[in-house]
Design a protein around this ligand. Structure first.
Ligand code: ADP
Length: 683
């Protein structure tokens, strides 16, 4: 027997390994099984190069455990190692690279915890002793046994071993007993080894017989050695892709489309990405992509490796070129990762373009489920936007789909306003905003349905790219103002009358913490409604965005602000103005004259005073001006009093407001009961 000391400078490296890796002890199994896989793959390569004497046989790996002896054993029938190789690979190389690694990252302990594996040596995270029994594939070389108890000292001796290959025997330490459990081990193997290229045996198949589960004596294979992504796309049908999807996500709904990735240069990458149906709450659907390195599972958190919107996709990415064993911040700045990321983005866009071109019907059918994903990408990734904006779809209220280019052509003639802006009308809820949609239809305008979570963000982006085009919700103003043409209606009321009626109506609406109302007169068509409620596009959009998060929270806290647009050409409004005239003409006339006169006087005095320095103005004059201002205020109050009183007395005023509220689904509670009562009394 030979004894030696492992060549490391750090006196005792194991406590450090343990400390660094504490959060992810379970990866020891991944490391050992993937070493075993490498050993079998290498042997296959040698065999095909004619370097192997004798039979290659069935390649396999087996994992077993013994709860009494407290051991876990990972065995393979791969290339094996001679004593010299053990010395070279286990004693020197592995340790020195581990040491280098620790030197380099000492200061970033937190960043790297759980982010890297130390290959074979990770077995010391869970063991107080490790034995390696190995016999190389080369003829006539004796089997060897290497033992190390977790100190830098090891021993190596010749031993007997029946066949070629390596057994790694871990003597599990008392803190890691959890791993001596069938279920735990099986779960770990399923997590990390489900798609390894070599069959991994763990325990025996069981079957249901005579009312109980019995051991069949046949070893149970826990992995699929030929997962779909390793197969040529030409050999796979849609069913195969779907079947593999359900292998990854047993509970998942069928995906919409898939993309088979296969890159050789400048990096190696394979994989299959799936477009899932994306429901509204997409946070839950994020981070389902699994990252593999040569078919060994590494992680399912791919942030930083692919752009954020792509994390909505599902599936598998397999690349030996992604530096997996480093911290995330390192990953994000890695140039290979950047290339991979933009490559995947491009592939995804190309695939969508392809489906759009070849099978538009299918694309339209799936659009509603795809839309959120695509819009997310368009908003966050410029490159993706450039490609996808050519075929991103918009749906109108008739349920027809258009690309923006197609749509613009259709509406160009009718929906260009007098300032040459192309106006896209949209509704976020065709049912609730029906009155407005119908109004637009009457004018021959088309209305888009933008009811998606990201639509507001998207139209912001579209507008910023095309200054000549605007998106306005159908209820953000009266239709005449949304698409301004040169025609205008003459008003049946004078300016003063319009202002007075507006105040009459203003007197009958109350602001609340959540809503502010502003009454505004417009001379619309006499066949239009007497009053409509609109909400400014800008404010509403900002509030929508605030709801979604991002830097708009300031708007989120503002009350909603509504315009009550009074149609001063509507017969009911004209009639009210007539009644007002009848009942209060004299009073109002006198009041107007008073206001007019006082205003003139104030204006005159202010002008005079403007010519002098403040100290030159006699105080009598100053007092006079103050008095006049007071009088004006009183006169205005008086007028308001007359108008408010008129509003109180005339039920039609409140009725017209309530009808407008009702059309907008804003009449609720007490106000609704009062409306019903009043309506009956008016009948
Ligand atoms: P890595 O796998 O990253 O090279 P490891 O520390 O896991 O680092 O292993 C070091 C070396 O030991 C491997 O490169 C391989 O040559 C050898 N080795 C480890 N496990 C086995 C095995 N089961 N069979 C044959 N050789 C092995």
């Amino acid at each position: 027997m030979e004894k030696g000391k492992i060549g490391v400078t750090t006196e005792n490296i194991f406590p450090i390994i343990k400390k660094f890796l504490y959060s992810d002890h379970e990866i020891f199994l991944r490391e050992l099984v993937s070493n075993a896989t490498d050993a079998t793959q290498k042997l296959k390569t040698f065999a095909s190069a004619g370097e192997l004497k004798g039979e290659l046989g069935e390649m396999s790996i087996s994992v077993s455990f013994d709860p009494k002896k407290k051991t876990i054993t990972v065995s393979d029938n791969g290339i094996g190692m001679s004593a010299e190789e053990i010395d070279k690979y286990l004693n020197q190389i592995a340790f020195s690279s581990a040491n280098e690694f620790l030197d380099k990252y000492q200061d970033q302990a937190n960043a790297i915890i759980g982010q890297f594996g130390l290959g074979f040596y990770s077995s010391f995270m869970v063991s107080d002793k490790v034995e390696v029994i190995s016999k190389t594939y080369r003829d006539g070389v004796p089997a060897v046994k290497w033992t190390c108890d977790g100190s830098p000292e090891y021993s190596i001796e010749e031993t007997e071993k029946a066949g070629r290959g390596t057994d790694i025997i871990l003597h599990i330490d008392k803190d890691s007993k959890e791993f001596l459990d069938e279920q735990r081990l099986e779960n770990l193997l399923k997590k990390y080894c489900s798609f390894l290229p070599v069959p991994v045996h763990f325990g025996n198949e069981k079957e249901w017989k005579d009312g109980k589960m019995v051991d069949t004596g046949k070893p149970k294979v826990i992995n699929n050695t030929r997962p779909a992504w390793t197969i040529k796309p030409s050999e796979l049908k849609d069913e195969d892709y779907n079947k593999f999807y359900h292998e990854l996500y047993p509970m998942g709904e069928d995906p919409l489309f898939n993309i088979h990735l296969n890159v050789d240069y400048p990096f190696k990458l394979t994989g299959i990405l799936y477009f899932p149906k994306i429901r509204n709450n997409f946070e839950i659907q994020k981070n389902k992509i699994q990252l593999y390195c040569n078919q060994v599972f590494v992680t399912d958190s791919v942030e930083g490796i692919v752009p954020d919107f792509l994390t909505l996709l599902h599936g598998v990415i397999d690349s030996p070129d992604i530096p997996l064993n480093v911290s995330r911040s390192y990953l994000q700045s890695d140039s290979n990762v950047k290339k991979i990321s933009s490559h995947i983005t491009k592939k995804v866009a190309d695939r969508l373009a392809d489906i759009f071109k070849k099978d538009r019907e299918n694309f339209e059918k799936k659009w509603d489920d795809l839309k959120l994903f695509i819009e997310y990408g368009m908003i966050t990734e410029e490159k993706f936007y450039e490609k996808v904006s050519k075929f991103a779809l918009f749906k109108n209220t008739a349920g027809k789909y258009f690309t923006l280019e197609e749509y613009d052509k259709i509406i160009k003639e009718n929906q260009t306003d007098k300032d040459k802006a192309l106006i896209h009308l949209y509704t976020t809820d065709p049912v609730a905003q029906h009155t407005y949609v119908a109004k637009a239809a009457e004018k021959g305008y088309d209305v888009l349905v933008l009811d998606g979570q990201l639509d507001t963000h998207l139209i912001n982006a579209l507008e910023s790219k095309d200054q000549g085009s605007r998106f306005v919700r159908v209820d953000s103003d009266v239709i005449e103002n949304l698409i301004k043409k040169d025609e205008s209606h003459s008003s049946k009321l004078s300016k003063a009358q319009s202002d007075d009626v507006a105040q009459v109506f203003r007197s009958q609406v109350a602001d609340s913490d959540k809503a502010r109302f502003h009454v505004r007169s417009e001379s619309l068509d006499e066949n239009d409604l007497p009053m409509v409620i609109t909400q400014s596009e800008f404010m509403r959009r900002m509030k929508d965005m605030a709801q979604f998060g991002g830097g708009y929270s300031f708007y989120g806290e503002m009350p909603d602000s509504f315009d009550l647009v009074l149609n001063t050409n509507h017969p009911l409004v004209v009639a009210l103005a007539g009644d007002l005239d009848k009942e209060h003409a004299d009073e109002l006339k006198k009041n107007s004259a008073g206001i007019e006169k006082t205003r003139v006087e104030i204006e005159f005095m202010e002008k005079e005073h403007g010519k002098k320095k403040p100290e030159e103005i006699p105080s009598v004059e100053k007092d006079d001006l103050e008095r006049l201002r007071g009088e004006l205020k009183q006169l205005e109050e008086k007028r308001k009093g007359i108008l408010d009183g008129f509003g109180n007395e005339h039920k039609a005023v409140r009725q017209i407001i309530d009808l407008a509220m009702l059309a907008n689904n804003m009449l609720k509670g007490e106000a609704l009961s009062a409306f019903v009562k009043r309506s009956i009394s008016l009948l």
